[in-house]
Design a protein around this ligand. Sequence first.
Ligand code: ADP
Length: 522
Amino acid sequence: MTASVPAHILLVDDQPANLLALEAILGDLGVNLVRAESGEEALKRLLEADFAAILLDVRMPGLGGFEVAHLVRARPRSRATPIVFITAEEPPAATVVEAYRLGAVDFLVKPLVPAVVRGKVAAFADLYREKERARAESEHFRLLVQGTTDYAIFMLDPEGRVATWNAGAERLKGYAATDIVGRHFSRFYPPEDIARGWPDEELRRAVAEGRFEDEGWRVRKDGTRFWANVVITALRDARGELRGFSKVTRDLTERRNREEELRRLNNDLERRVEERTAELRDKESALREANRRKDEFLATLAHELRNPLAPIRNGLAVLKLRPAPEAAARVVDMMDRQLGQLVHLVDDLLDVSRVSSGKVVLRPERLDLREVVGATVEAGRPAVEAHRHTLVVHLPDAPVWVDGDRTRLVQVLTNLLNNAAKYTPDGGRIVLTAVTEGGHAVVRVADTGLGIPADMLPKVFEAFTQVDRSLDRAQGGLGLGLALVKQLVVMHGGAVWAESPGADRGSTFRVRLPLAEDAVAR
Ligand code: ADP
């Protein structure tokens, strides 16, 4: 680079012999000598190139040396070019003052001393080359910064006013240099950051630490925001005096959006894993609960099966003693009841397991539900009478047609009626009602008994559920009856609910069945 910067020296003299002498002295200095034989020609040459120095004869016909110097200084391009005047004799003091006023840097008096002339010209040439190099370097640097479009690179004065602006800054922030240079940089920040004094705080930290890096929202000229990485560096001169700040800003909006998206996906995933874990936990506890109920059921089953066995065995022992006929008849009655109990239990068990495994097939026929209720009343009568309950039955005048399995429907309603009798203290009241309600047949079994706590209402239909196990259960019971009821009703396309206002305030069971289709149309 050093060698490639040429240094031109302009030699101005009206005497060709003098020019020749100068050329001889300077010929091998490695500078480029340009000659001019008049002041006018010198000015022409000055238009064509920049010179490292001008060696200028003072006395010339036409434009004199001082006039030429005056014009050289007047032109911006040559304002700083060093001028060395060459005079025939030592100039008077007034002339020297005048010459310096015109910007002369030196005087050489003829006869010239070659070594002195060479030394001076070489020094000017070096100085010139040095300046050119620095100028080119800063020009490159300026172009580099100016032309960078991916980064906003700009400078602030010590008060925070924008001092320079590059293409990247214009692209990123939307301001042209003319809009923004001289304005305070706080306008790049969102109002909430301005309110907490953040822009000035950033400068304070950059001053304190030399450099400060930040990430946050910044505002474009049109008011939109972008996510920025910002590096602020305090700029100090050789004496350590703060001269301003450089700011380099990058737009990271896209990266931030990607990160946000990732974070969102991650949260979503975590949430789904949590949900799934909770689901599994619920399932596990449901399984554990079912298992617990099954254990309880086995214990109850063993107990309930044994209950009737003891009296039957006793009865046998009594019969072996051949008692009197009336006594024998009472024992046989008792044994019959207990056996009935046992058979009933085993039937229920078999039914539940067959319904659960889909082995029960309904044999539907067109039925008048009033007739089914009648059969139920017959079947339930012994239990109702045993407890001295009052049974009231309300039936509509017209038939209530349903398509169903008669035996199974009687079984459903009998289970409900027997429960009502069983779970109502003696001398209670049971009301059995059948009605037609908007395309459905509804049978209601209401009692004045123990009632069911609200939290147990949805559970009583699960197998092996019993509200109060401590209850004296002379009637037996495994918590299977209502499970069976629900399964059979659902098989008929219907539904069943339990309602109770609370303990000791009675219960109402409601069975809803679809009316036979053509019966609805009628
Ligand atoms: P079980 O009668 O053999 O115990 P069920 O399945 O018929 O079994 O009934 C389940 C439980 O529901 C009973 O143990 C009882 O606690 C409760 N229950 C059923 N019907 C009534 C009713 N009418 N009044 C009060 N509680 C009832």
